[in-house]
Design a protein around this ligand. Structure first.
Ligand SMILES: NC(=O)c1ccc[n+]([C@@H]2O[C@H](COP(=O)([O-])OP(=O)(O)OC[C@H]3O[C@@H](n4cnc5c(N)ncnc54)[C@H](OP(=O)(O)O)[C@@H]3O)[C@@H](O)[C@H]2O)c1
Length: 250
């Protein structure tokens, strides 16, 4: 058990790996975990971006590798001494009608959004089991539960990641490893910049979300810190929706 006098959100002494932590939601989560005291390993494929990001976050270390490259993951994990928190944040998307895709398109998105999370989580869980404690947080999406036309592969991948969250929670629970997910709604990350600039989408969100606006990436960090902390010690297999009320009303 942890020190009951410590602040329940304190992550001092914990090491976290955040995939896709160089920008957007992953960067904001990395910043949040570091602010709570964690040492953060920031992953992504572009080393220059990661170095820039790490400069802005106290105690952060760039960890460049492609999460779909299992051999690279293996080699990387040989050099990690301890891991307390894994945030599977990478998610790729291709908005197109179903007939525009071939099967390799489907497989490639599943590789990044689901298979890599499976691969990383079981390696991380191996280290967490030795410690008798661990936290895995998967960044899914409200698209895991609700669908729009022209987004089939992403939607399927996020639903799969939600299922994987529950399955890993069941399997890793006896080792005191919790596995949860965060399901963001519309987030004004760099990738969404063209949509954020679109007044029609702003109008849509004004009507469609209870809070009437986009989320800033920083607004996802609190959920990640909470689920990674001792404050969430009895929460596992849960999907925490952070969508400004998008799915709560119509
Ligand atoms: N933004 C939203 O509105 C929204 C809504 C719901 C859910 N989400 C989910 O939230 C997560 C983050 O979204 P975001 O908008 O912040 O994404 P983003 O801005 O597109 O960032 C994705 C990050 O993942 C990295 N990445 C992509 N493929 C990778 C790979 N194969 N290996 C390692 N790193 C890789 C990218 O860096 P490199 O390209 O340099 O590798 C980048 O840092 C995703 O899972 C997304 O599905 C986002």
């Amino acid at each position: 058990m942890s020190d009951p006098r410590a602040h329940p959100f304190d992550l001092t002494g914990r090491t976290a790996l955040v995939t896709g932590g160089g920008r957007g939601i992953g960067f904001a989560i990395s910043q949040g975990l570091a602010d709570a005291g964690a040492s953060v390993l920031i992953n992504g494929r572009d080393e220059t971006v990661l170095k820039q990001a790490a400069k802005q976050i106290e105690g952060a270390t760039p960890l460049p590798f492609d999460i779909t490259d299992s051999a690279r993951i293996n080699a990387t994990f040989q050099n990690i001494d301890a891991l307390d928190i894994l945030i599977n944040n990478v998610g790729v998307r291709d908005r197109n009608p179903i007939d525009a895709f071939n099967l390799d398109d489907f497989r490639n998105i599943l590789d990044a959004n689901v298979v890599a999370a499976f691969d990383l989580s079981r390696r991380a869980a191996g280290m967490m089991k030795m410690k008798g404690r661990g936290r895995i947080v998967n960044v899914t999406s409200i698209a895991g539960d609700i669908a729009r036309s022209g987004d089939a592969i992403y939607t399927a991948s996020k639903a799969a990641l939600t299922g994987l969250t529950r399955a890993m929670a069941a399997e890793f629970g006896p080792h005191a490893i919790t596995v949860n997910a965060i399901a963001p709604g519309y987030v004004a990350s760099e990738t969404n910049a063209p949509m954020v600039a679109d007044p029609e989408i702003a109008k849509f969100l004004e009507n469609r979300t209870a809070l009437g606006r986009w989320a800033e990436p920083e607004e996802l960090a609190g959920a990640a810190v909470f689920l990674a902390s001792d404050a969430a010690s009895y929460i596992t297999g849960h999907v925490l929706t952070v969508d400004g009320g998008f799915t709560a009303h119509f």
